[in-house]
Design a protein around this ligand. Structure first.
Ligand code: PHE
Length: 423
């Protein structure tokens, strides 16, 4: 019984990350609106800044991980990251352009230091009970989505009652909670924060050709993931403008952002149960097929929105149900694809390059986020239905090579399972 229990450190990291994600998603919720309405940026300019910021947030973990490894250690990296984020929220809340950009830089640097290292710590908690690690990450992912779910509600209330500044600044309070949890209960993550040398048994067992083929497989997975996030990151950008301008609703547009994380929280256990049920019947889809499903689901969500545009949403307003259900379907897509990507990196990355390839996974999010901002620049240069259709086609164009590659990915996974696995 005792061995099935999760380490208490998991809950420390759960709440540290919950409040960090709360602050991240609270500012993401109103960022595009703020740029458009308060700073008077046009939609394409909003996209350039939004894309650059999202790219920064997910490229910087590459350096955040390195800094923790080489200089700071995990604890100091997480604390420094948290402090930078807290300052970033305060600076962002000063409603003027130089402060706006300075705030974004602080936030991206802070989250680049905090996020990858908290995730690594979660993995490290399970060094002596790897069989519980996936479940641990699932619980941790719930924390992420709880933060993402609560924040649009509170931030939209603050924005509509007190204005942009207090809404942005409120997240500094969330970062104080995040830091306090991490510092006060730090003894529970002390062991996980100690670096151990990579297990070299696996490294020796791996031929250079095999290592190369695994890295190539992962690069292909990253390309697919990039397109997925290109579509996903419309949620905090063009979807907000669609909610504001083209849906029949009186609620603040950013409040629609609750449906995706809520979908993740409610549907994750359902999907896990479905996979288990299929597994018992020997019919569980393979990892690449699950990723393919993720891409196809998001294509369906965008196809639905294209239809909603054609049937009235391009020029006028349509029922808010379209947007709500599109978000729920995207949530299903996220839980089919995102954990699979992470577990593939864990499974396939040659031990010597594991850190770098984890950074590669984050970089696929960064590039997807950047392209989301770039492509969103077309939002008001064509009918909305054509924009949604364009994203649908990009997703389908990705699904085709992915479906051709599933066999190759499956083979690489199968080979990786015949050598001793490190960690
Ligand atoms: N919703 C996830 C989060 O904010 C998105 C994500 C997945 C980010 C994987 C990084 C890595 O954490």
């Amino acid at each position: 019984m005792v061995s099935r229990r999760h380490p208490p450190g998991l809950y420390v990291l759960f709440f540290t990350e919950l409040w960090e994600r709360y602050s991240f998603y609270s500012m993401m919720a109103i960022l595009s609106l703020y740029m458009n309405e308060a700073l008077q940026f046009d939609v394409a300019h909003v996209g350039r800044v939004y894309g650059a910021y999202t790219a920064g947030v997910y490229f910087l973990p590459l350096f955040g991980g390195l800094l923790a490894d080489r200089v700071l250690g995990f604890n100091r990296a997480v604390i420094a990251g948290g402090v930078l984020m807290m300052l970033g929220h305060l600076v962002l809340g000063v409603e003027s352009l130089p402060f706006f950009y300075a705030g974004l830089v602080l936030l991206a640097c802070g989250s680049g230091l905090l996020k990858p290292n908290v995730s690594t710590l979660v993995g490290n908690l399970y060094r002596d009970r790897p069989e519980l690690r996936d479940q641990g990450f699932n619980i941790f992912y719930m924390g992420i989505n709880l933060g993402a779910f609560i924040s649009p509600l509170t931030v939209s209330w603050l924005r509509t009652h007190y204005g942009w500044g207090p809404a942005f600044m409120s997240a500094a309070g969330a970062m104080v909670i995040s830091l306090l949890v991490f510092i006060v209960f730090n003894r529970h993550v002390a062991d996980a924060a100690v670096k151990v040398e990579e297990n070299s048994v696996e490294a020796r067992a791996l031929s250079p050709e095999e290592a190369r083929s695994r890295v190539l497989t992962l690069v292909a997975v990253f390309a697919i993931s990039m397109v997925f996030w290109l579509a996903f990151y419309q949620i905090f950008y063009t979807f907000t403008f669609w909610a504001r301008d083209n849906t029949l609703t009186t609620i603040p547009p950013e409040r629609f952002q609750v449906f995706e994380p809520l979908g993740v929280i409610l549907l994750s256990p359902v999907l896990v149960a479905v996979w288990r049920w299929l597994q018992r019947r020997n019919a569980e889809p393979s990892t690449p097929v699950k990723m393919l499903l993720g891409v196809v689901l998001v294509a369906i969500a965008f196809g639905m929105l294209a239809y909603a545009g054609m049937t009235g949403g391009d020029a006028g307003r349509v029922s808010a149900q379209w947007l709500i259900w599109a978000n729920v379907i995207i949530a299903l897509g996220e839980i089919s694809l995102s954990p699979m990507g992470l577990s593939l990196v864990n499974m396939l990355a040659p031990p010597r390059n594991r850190g770098l390839l984890m950074g590669g996974w984050f970089a696929s999010l960064a590039t997807g986020g950047y392209l989301a901002g770039y492509i969103g620049g077309y939002w008001d240069r064509m009918p909305h239905s054509r924009f949604f259709l364009m994203v649908t086609l990009i997703l389908i164009a990705t699904a085709v090579p992915l479906s051709l590659m599933t066999l190759q990915i499956k083979r690489t996974i199968a080979r990786s399972q015949t050598v001793p696995v490190g960690q």
